[in-house]
Design a binder for this molecule. Structure first.
Ligand SMILES: *Cc1c(COP(=O)(O)O)cnc(C)c1O
Length: 246
């Protein structure tokens, strides 16, 4: 059999990192009485070249994310068995590019964006799954809607026929240098879980909690995360200069 695509270089370090991540996730699940199958691992591959996406896929990690639309489009165009997630800020004028291509858009944080994504989904004849991003820490440098507007935004977004709001997402404020990232993030994750519970009481399909990154996945899982988004723990430091689609 011949293939025009070069096989990925075997990446021994990747296998070691995946094992370490699995051990951390399993331990956090055990501590909180949860089953490992309740938590989806999404690999955040921003800045890394497509060969690393292929390597992750070979290890069975088929849910992968980018934070910029153009990177997601550039990688997804190559076509392979990846289920794509968009985890970064989305501009309304880029919604058309990502609707239908990303299985889950984690970053719907305002009504106008929900409306645009819904319109693009209708035009494309797809039903788009999204999460509402909440700025639980009220951190002005972070995206996400304010906590006290989150339930309203879920209600607004889910009223569109072609949007399916599956849950909430957050990025907690960065911890100060001398503070344990897990302990710093824990109250913010608890806040998002409470909001999700309130939303789910009204709308049972709002069940996902996308929270937890490389430094704080333990607190996230112990607080009920159903999706963790991991970059550095799987792939090491971001590539510099970053990979850019041609
Ligand atoms: C980059 C990124 C991640 C992964 O961060 P790590 O600390 O490298 O695990 C997760 N979520 C979002 C939204 C990101 O932009």
């Amino acid at each position: 059999m011949s293939s025009s695509r070069t096989a990925p270089v075997p990446d021994a370090e990747l296998a070691v990192r995946i094992d370490a991540v699995e051990a951390r996730m399993t331990a956090a699940c055990e501590r909180s009485g949860r089953d490992r199958s309740e938590v989806r691992l999404v690999a955040v591959t921003k800045t890394h070249p497509p060969v690393r996406n292929e390597a992750l896929l070979e290890h069975g990690i088929d849910e992968q994310a980018e934070s910029r639309v153009q990177d997601l489009v550039g990688k997804a165009r190559r076509g392979d068995g990846v289920t794509w997630h968009l985890v970064g800020r989305l501009q309304r004028n880029k919604a058309r590019d990502v609707v239908g291509l990303a299985a889950l858009i984690h970053s719907v944080d305002r009504r106008s964006l929900a409306d645009t994504v819904a319109r693009r989904a209708s035009a494309a004849g797809v039903s788009q799954e999204v999460l509402v991003q909440v700025n639980v820490g009220g951190d002005p440098s972070k995206a996400g809607c304010p906590v006290d507007e989150a339930i309203d935004l879920v209600g607004h977004a889910r009223a569109h026929d072609d949007l399916r709001v599956r849950g909430l997402m957050t990025i907690p404020p960065a911890p100060p240098a001398d503070v344990d990232p897990n302990e710093h993030a824990r109250p913010h994750f608890a806040r998002l879980a409470e909001l999700r519970d309130a939303a789910r009481d009204r709308w049972p399909e709002v069940e996902q909690l996308s929270m937890g990154m490389s430094a704080d996945l333990e607190a996230a899982i112990e607080s009920g995360a159903t999706i963790v988004r991991l970059g550095t723990a799987l792939l090491g430091p971001r590539q510099d200069p970053p990979w850019e689609p041609r």
